[in-house]
Write a protein that binds this ligand. Structure first.
Ligand code: OXD
Ligand code: MN
Length: 607
């Protein structure tokens, strides 16, 4: 059997189903990029932008109902429903193959089917995985070319003829009633029809690198996480790495590319990844992370020279812009980038003026740019071994409740803290924006199996390594009584990261509270920042009543997993409740009384 024979057989099968006029294999070359880009411009999938201002950049406009991930139409198709768990949509695999296969059948008549071999992870890395996607969308091909190592480079990494994820994609008629994003973890396969949007259609990203990889990682002893990875270099030249899980559109890209505040001369911040981390135990007893992606599919609105100068520098060339406003000189603009132009063409291709009060760009408008173009890209971003993690952050968008930063008592408590994550929903997924929902480890939409087992896997990973990273929770989005953000965010977030690294090195003052270890007011380096004491106190406070309410809500969420919930998570919940005082734990009991920690003596937790 030749190395490519299993791929060829699978592609033949896909072509028999979709019946395209022609099949084109992508090799990933520059010449191919030129050819396919010209073709995309000819067919209208891409519009050229000003080649002097934005060389190699193009604009794509999506149909208005295909601009975000559609979580309601995303399914985990395991033979047993309980293996998908209560937080995923489930479909029986036979039914899913039949339904999606029916929509896919003949859907490429008169069109081209592109075959995209792609590699997730650095070439030569034991962590890397090969996928093969077929698609009829040139936009998808050109995005996959940026986001993955596409073409021959991927085929060279195939370890065995069958060792690839089968990624079947067709745009279909884009009708929501005929849109399905189905995952078959047991078959190492993904079938997606009816959408051309990033997270639904670039199958290497959320579908493979999180849902399928998560399933594989559980049986193989590694983790696939919705995390950015950043290196902080101290003036001494030492660099320490932090991975951070935040829900979509909550600032992972900005955090991964942050510029230290002026008072932190000599510090450098290095970007390893902005969205996904594959994490495995190293021989040295630490956890090591690689970024499986090769590009950044970032949220444009809010990105500016002030909030993320590195991203702005990165996207001046070879970038695909999706659903942004086009200016009169064929440049791009979005809300939060700069003062608005007087007029332009909005993300739907309609004439727009700044006086209209309408959004020029869609709130989930995106840029797709090669990681290598990022000025802060780490020299280790493609290191086959990855980078060793000192700390893991969990963070949500929460106007109340969570302090700026707190440290978990230990790994198991950290896993519990991750399980308690909640955040306001954003425009990255279709549906209502701004509603607080539980989003454990920022993986609610991306966990490819029962989330109770996922918590169990996290607990097990902690037992496997001698020196696990310390786990922290952060919240850049806390608001004061006046509704304004208490913390300036962006580059200033480095101050919290440095406290976390201090804690990893046995330094940094903390006070023990019922929720975890919160920095003392003096422990954060606030040099050069004008932050009144009452604001700092408000930022670091944990109101016991709020936390009791939250603990009750968390308990309800955990109760959905029934007996499958690891007893340790339930024990952690009981221990938190005990520390907070008064509030019951409705999750079903399997015995094993909580081992209470001694009650916190903090001033900041108000009882
Ligand atoms: C993304 C998302 O595109 O999380 O990264 O939606
Ligand atoms: Mn994401």
């Amino acid at each position: 059997m030749s190395k490519r024979s299993a791929i060829e057989a699978w592609v033949d099968d896909a072509a028999r189903r979709a019946r395209p006029e022609r099949v084109v294999w992508c090799d990933g070359s520059e010449a191919e990029k030129e050819r396919l880009t010209a073709e995309a411009v000819r067919t209208g999938a891409l519009a050229p932008l000003n080649p002097k201002k934005l060389p190699g950049c193009f604009l794509h406009r999506s149909p208005p109902h295909d601009v975000a991930r559609t979580e309601k139409l995303t399914f985990i198709c395991t033979p047993k429903k309980e293996d998908a768990g209560p937080t995923n949509n489930w479909m029986d695999p036979a039914e899913a193959y039949k339904r999606v296969g029916g929509i896919f059948a003949g859907s490429m008549k008169g069109r081209t089917m592109y075959v995209i071999p792609f590699l997730m992870g650095p070439p030569g890395s034991p962590a890397a995985r090969v996928g093969v996607q077929v698609t009829d969308s040139l936009y998808v091909v050109l995005n996959m070319r940026i986001m993955t190592r596409m073409g021959n480079a991927a085929l060279e990494e195939l370890s065995a003829p069958d060792a690839f994820t089968r990624c079947l994609h067709g745009t279909g008629d884009l009708d929501l009633a005929r849109r399905f994003i189905c995952h078959f973890p047991q078959d190492n396969a993904i079938w997606s029809v009816g959408s051309g949007y990033g997270g639904n259609a670039l199958l290497g990203k959320k579908c493979l690198a999180l849902r399928i990889a998560g399933f594989l990682g559980r049986s193989e002893g590694w983790m696939a996480e919705h995390m950015m990875i950043v290196g902080i270099e101290a003036p001494s030249g030492e660099t320490h790495y932090i991975a951070g899980a935040f829900p979509s559109s909550c600032g992972k890209t900005n955090l991964a590319m942050l510029i230290p505040p002026a008072a932190f001369e000599g510090y450098k911040v290095w970007t390893v990844g902005d969205d996904i981390a594959w994490i495995r135990p190293g021989a040295d007893g630490r956890l090591w992370a690689v970024n499986p992606e090769a590009g950044f599919f970032g949220v444009a609105p809010g990105t500016s020279r002030k909030t993320n100068p590195n991203a702005m520098a990165m996207i001046q060339k070879n970038t695909i812009y999706t659903n942004v406003l086009k200016t009169l000189d064929d440049g791009v603009w979005w809300e939060g980038m700069s003062d608005p132009p007087a007029s332009g063409t909005d993300w739907q291709g309609r004439p727009w003026t700044s006086a209209s009060g309408e959004k020029g760009a869609h709130p989930n408008a995106r840029f797709t740019a090669p990681a290598a173009q990022c000025p802060s890209i780490s020299k280790h971003w493609q290191d086959p071994a990855g980078v060793p993690l000192s700390a893991i952050l969990f963070g949500g968008r929460r106007a109340r409740l969570a302090p700026l930063i707190y440290e978990s008592f230990d790994w198991n408590h950290g896993v519990f803290v991750g399980s308690s994550m909640a955040s306001e929903t954003t425009a990255a997924a279709a549906g209502q924006v701004g509603v607080v929902r539980r989003d454990p480890m920022a993986m609610l939409p991306f966990c490819g199996y029962n989330m109770a087992d996922y918590f169990g896997h996290w607990l097990a990973m902690g037992r496997r390594v001698k020196n696990p990273p310390k786990i922290f929770h952060v919240n850049w989005f806390r608001k004061g009584a006046d509704g304004a953000f208490l913390w300036p965010g962006y580059g200033e977030n480095l101050r919290a990261l440095l406290w976390a690294l201090d804690r990893c090195h046995g330094k940094g003052q903390a006070q023990e509270t019922p929720i975890g270890l919160v920095p003392t007011a003096k422990a954060l380096n606030l040099k050069g920042l004008d932050l009144p004491t009452d604001r700092l106190e408000a930022l670091l406070a944990a109101d016991a009543d709020d936390w009791r309410t939250d603990a009750a809500d968390h308990a309800q969420f955990l109760a959905r997993f029934g007996k499958r919930l690891p007893p340790e998570i339930r024990r952690q919940h009981q221990a938190l409740v005990h520390r907070l005082g008064r509030v019951s734990t409705p999750a079903p009991s399997t015995g094993g009384a909580a081992k209470p920690r001694k009650k916190g003596k903090s001033r900041t937790v108000k009882n």
